[in-house]
Ligand binder design. Structure first.
Ligand code: SF4
Ligand code: SF4
Length: 130
């Protein structure tokens, strides 16, 4: 069974998870990531990388909603394979609850600039969304 991203990721989006995925199956929305459940090979290496426990195994007591959401949006949002800076205010939202109802956005991610560990830009894909 695949791994999934849940609402804890919304507005945190640290992206520590994406670089360890061997099959590059993370996809980026405006303020969260999702995993494509058909591409995920269930290796589990991403789970401990998430500093806030937003990645869960589908074998856990997962609401059907999150499986559907990961499936649906991984088919339309852009793929993300490199770590990027988290939003400046990400820490403010770590402990917040009901983030889906308050903040979920259907918009695709704004992967405008991606940097490597030397702070060099390695990828530029989208203009910042206004
Ligand atoms: S590390 Fe966790 S919070 Fe960050 S993008 Fe990945 S799933 Fe979301
Ligand atoms: S469990 Fe493995 S394959 Fe699935 S999203 Fe995480 S790192 Fe990628």
């Amino acid at each position: 069974m695949p791994y999934l991203v849940n609402e804890k990721c919304i507005k945190c989006k640290f992206t520590d998870c994406v670089e360890v995925c061997p099959v590059d199956c993370f996809y980026e929305g405006e303020n969260m990531l999702v995993i494509n459940p058909d591409e995920c090979i269930d290796c589990g290496v991403c789970e401990p990388e998430c500093p806030i426990g937003a990645i869960i195994s589908d074998t856990e007591d997962v609401e059907e909603k999150w499986l559907k959401l990961n499936q649906q949006y991984s088919e339309v949002w852009p793929n993300i394979t490199l770590k990027k800076d988290a939003p400046n205010d990400a820490k403010d939202y770590e402990e917040e609850t009901n983030k889906f109802d308050k903040y979920f956005s259907e918009s695709p991610g704004g992967t405008d600039i991606v940097k490597n560990n030397n702070n060099e830009i390695t990828e530029k894909r989208y203009e910042e969304k206004k």
